[in-house]
Ligand binder design. Structure first.
Ligand code: KG4
Ligand code: ZN
Length: 337
């Protein structure tokens, strides 16, 4: 069963074909990230305009690489929420047109469910239930994945998402966009103990808060400027990266201990972070539980993860008619009453 997955919720215009939710046949990603970097972050209108330009080519290429035509598909899956609404609507509308023309089911996919489904592409034997930390530019969740389409959110950020904190700190340190890879690169050779950054307090055992951490970095930068002292950017990047990764890893491991989960997963753009991956590796080993990490190229936004989740949504009968709309926000457990 071949599913085409279309993703356009942020600055990647992506399309991919996946067989039976697990086997990748093609994966095309066009991105406006270089252009967005000129502005220090994603400009929604630019993202939407690039999606309009890139989407037909990306879908054509994904089908051609898979050696398929729309007639071969079992369905057209598309990110319909959450995301930058003008960007989401480009993918949704294209998917509707294609599903209509090819007379195929239209499958709405929640973006974060997609990030989790990226793990199915890397780990053929991974099946729910498992516990997953989903950390992206817009969200940081600790989620119990109870089945392929059933989720329970145990914890979340009360302010900034993890990726957003990386992006903001990178901007404060003058490291550019996207912030995650820039901070990691700058942190190399830095001393992660040089700056003592706080662990922001937050209610709820699995919730996280990063806004205080971001402010602490900003204060240090301002104080150094006022005193006319140079700031050790590399050590500040290393101190920040270590602190935020320790918080994320600790929360997931605590949730694993408390719930008795035997499999832990990491998903979303921040899953590309090398230090976070190694902290979780160590922690999972100590706990004696399995840890599944996505391949680096499936951490950021892509169409393959949407096609993979689309397969399971289709199995569960979750298709939409051609009146489907996009949504800027929607909880991951939106239909898991
Ligand atoms: O999942 P994603 O590609 O898009 C959203 O759904 O938001 O995540 C993008 C986020 C950005 O904030 C980016 O800075 C962060 O993921 N990111 C990283 C790394 N690579 C990307 N954060 C930390 N370390 C990385 N290596
Ligand atoms: Zn994403």
């Amino acid at each position: 069963m071949y599913i085409l997955g279309i993703e356009s919720s942020c600055d990647e215009t992506a399309a991919a074909v996946v067989k039976n939710g697990r086997e990748l046949l093609s994966n095309v990603v066009a991105t406006s990230v270089a252009e967005q970097a000129l502005y220090g972050g994603v400009v929604p209108e630019i993202a939407s305009r690039r999606h309009v330009e890139f989407i037909s080519g990306a879908v054509q290429q994904a089908l051609a690489d898979a050696r398929l035509t729309p007639a071969d598909l079992a369905g057209v899956a598309v990110t319909f929420a959450p995301g930058l609404i003008g960007a989401v609507l480009v993918g949704v509308n294209f998917a509707k047109g294609l599903a209509y023309a090819a007379q195929k089911p239209l499958i709405p996919v929640h973006h974060l469910r997609g990030h989790i489904a990226a793990l199915y592409l890397t780990h053929p034997d991974l099946e729910p239930p498992f516990l997953c930390l989903v950390a992206s530019g817009g969200h940081s969740h600790i989620v119990q994945v109870q089945s392929y389409t059933r989720y329970k959110v145990l914890g979340r950020t009360v302010d900034d998402a993890a990726g957003e904190a990386f992006d903001k700190v990178a901007r404060t340190l003058g490291l550019g966009y996207p912030g995650g890879p820039a901070v990691s690169k700058a942190a190399r050779g830095g001393d992660p103990k040089k700056y003592r950054l706080p662990v922001p307090k937050v209610e709820g055992p699995y919730n996280v808060s990063f806004s205080g951490l971001k402010t602490a970095v900003l204060n240090a930068v301002n104080q150094a400027a006022m005193k006319g002292e140079p700031l050790d950017i590399s050590s500040m990047a290393a101190s920040f990266e270590r602190r935020i990764d320790e918080i994320l890893a600790e929360k997931l491991l605590t949730a694993a201990r408390d719930t008795g989960a035997s499999t832990l997963c990491l998903a979303g753009g921040v899953a590309a972070n090398g230090l976070l991956r190694s902290l979780l590796n160590e922690g999972a080993q100590k706990l004696g539980v399995r840890l599944c990490l996505p391949e680096q190229h499936f951490c950021g936004d892509n169409g393959a993860m949407i096609a993979a989740q689309g397969y399971y949504e289709l199995q569960a009968g979750r298709t939409a008619d051609l009146s489907l709309n996009g949504l800027a926000t929607l909880p991951i457990d939106y239909d898991c009453e």
